[in-house]
Design a protein around this ligand. Structure first.
Ligand code: ZN
Ligand code: ZN
Length: 137
């Protein structure tokens, strides 16, 4: 599926191909600090217009987070090694195809809110184990 989107002010527009319509919400400390729980979907390929208005912040050794430097809209999370890009659900023009299919880092979620639905809710440890990362205890 090919879908379009833009930031709040329109300085950055994008076209995403092979959009995965099932998204995860991440409650990790970095996401919550940046934007609240991150609701983002994997895309096969994304092409930006107005790329000069995108600022990328290196949020970890392995990933960066892109936003519009005019209006601050959160646009993407990108793995530096593979270039895999995860686009923020809220930046798409049409959000109707998207369905929440899981939450990760639920042990970091504050008590004040919760997403409804009967989907998997993984703690940090469970998530890291599911992707094969080594966890220190
Ligand atoms: Zn903008
Ligand atoms: Zn996160």
């Amino acid at each position: 599926m090919t879908m379009t989107g833009e930031c709040l002010c329109g300085a950055v527009k994008f076209e995403a191909e092979d959009v995965e319509t099932h998204y995860h919400a991440c409650h990790c400390d970095t996401c919550r600090h940046w934007s609240g729980p991150a609701m983002a979907v994997a895309v096969g390929k994304v092409t930006f217009q107005g790329e000069e208005n995108i600022k990328a912040y290196q949020s970890s050794e392995w990933a960066e987070r892109g936003f519009c430097q005019e209006c601050g809209t959160h646009l993407f999370y990108r793995l530096k090694e593979t270039g895999q890009t995860i686009v923020w659900v809220g930046a798409f023009d049409d959000k109707s195809p998207f369905k929440l299919s899981g939450e990760i880092y639920v042990d970091s979620k504050p008590d004040g809110y919760a997403f409804q639905g009967d989907h998997p809710r993984l703690t940090q440890r469970e998530f890291l184990e599911s992707i094969g990362a080594i966890v220190e205890t």
